[in-house]
Design a protein around this ligand. Structure first.
Ligand code: SAM
Ligand code: SF4
Length: 329
């Protein structure tokens, strides 16, 4: 068992795995209305290939795994993959990010397969606005998904809200209030310039200090402590059952504590969300002379090459052509 430390002293211990670039929604900030050109099945890692990579990653010191996409729950037999990852040695934090559309159907199976916790993305509590953002009539299904996740005990249940000025900034208080009666953990995420056809613009960006001040209008925000990687602190409104946190990659970058690597569904190991550098793992796992040593060497190379930080602030849109649904948020 190894421990990977990069050139900047950061321990690499977290792998986000995008298992598909497909999605049943078309969020305006993530995907064009027509969708993105999908990879064929042959171009996408099989579950067996993903597991080879997960096993090598865990040997290299990866302890935390998140499944994402595209929308991970649209990929066939996703529960089998969840069960296999849950059984992998040394993975002690295992989660999944979903848009919630299929969670009513899958939450219980995912929990039984060994998934520990879940993040659900929801950007509006108003049906028509949610439809405008996702380009689908999504709200009722997502709310059903959230309630099912709570009911089956897939907790903590975190709600990801990307705040966009002029789109959903009028709903910040309503999202914060969700934490009062249910154990929901609302995370306000700053809108990032990702992909070359993103709708991102400075006029749509809201720094999280502003979001936090709007939450403070509801009452005192008591700080509960920060995550070890320093990317967020969580706060509680009075005796609320859940918490509020602020993920601020633009106004307060947390690159200094970033131990993340991302595996795209087409088998590229992406070293930073904000740069297009990738290492091709697909060709390694499909090589007729495959050995897990080759994957271990690739993870070691990733640690050497991982950039010090994103440069969203100095050069927006340098993250390359891939949108968030292709990289895995
Ligand atoms: N489909 C799943 C979902 O929506 O939760 C998983 C994939 S999605 C790409 C992962 C997360 O990235 C979501 O919470 C989404 O809101 C977020 N996201 C996508 N584009 C973003 C952007 N430009 N800035 C900030 N967050 C973004
Ligand atoms: Fe799909 Fe998630 Fe992107 Fe929305 S944010 S289009 S749900 S991948």
């Amino acid at each position: 068992m190894k421990s990977l430390v990069d050139q900047h002293g950061r321990k690499i211990d977290y792998l986000r795995i995008s298992i598909t670039d497909r999605c049943n929604l078309r969020c305006i900030y993530c995907m064009p209305e027509s969708g993105v050109a999908h990879k064929s099945h042959e171009e996408i890692l099989t579950y067996a290939e993903i597991m080879k990579i997960v096993v090598a990653a865990s040997y290299c010191g990866i302890k935390k795994v998140r499944i994402t996409g595209g929308e991970p729950l649209v990929r066939k037999d996703v529960v089998d993959l969840v069960a296999a990852i849950a059984k992998t040695a040394n993975i002690n934090d295992f989660s999944l990010t979903t848009n919630g559309m299929l969670l009513g159907e899958y939450a219980e199976e995912l929990k039984n397969a060994g998934l520990r916790r879940i993040n659900i993305s929801l950007d509006s509590l108003v049906r028509e606005k949610c439809e405008m953002i996702t380009r689908r009539d999504a709200l009722n299904k997502v709310v059903e998904g959230i309630d099912t996740a709570l009911r089956v005990g897939l907790g903590p249940v975190k709600i990801n809200v990307v705040v966009i000025r002029g789109v959903n900034d009028d709903e910040i208080a309503e999202f914060a209030k969700l934490t009062c009666d249910k154990p929901l953990h609302v995370r306000f995420i700053e809108f990032m310039p990702i992909g070359d056809n993103s709708i991102w613009g400075m006029e749509k960006f809201i720094p999280n200090d502003e979001v936090k001040n709007l939450c403070r209008e509801l009452g005192e925000l008591k700080e509960e402590g920060s995550q070890p990687n320093g990317n967020t602190s969580s706060y509680r409104l009075g005796k609320a059952k859940g918490t509020i946190s602020f993920i601020s990659p633009i106004s307060s970058p947390f690159c200094g504590g970033c131990g993340r690597l991302r595996l795209t569904s087409d088998g590229k190991l992406r070293l930073c969300l904000g740069s297009a550098e990738e290492i091709d793992l697909l060709s390694i796992v499909r090589n007729s002379k495959f050995s897990s040593e080759h994957l271990i060497e690739a993870f070691e190379r990733a640690a050497i090459l991982k950039p010090k930080g994103h440069r969203f602030n100095c050069a927006p849109h340098i993250s390359g052509k891939k949108t968030m649904c292709q990289i895995g948020g």
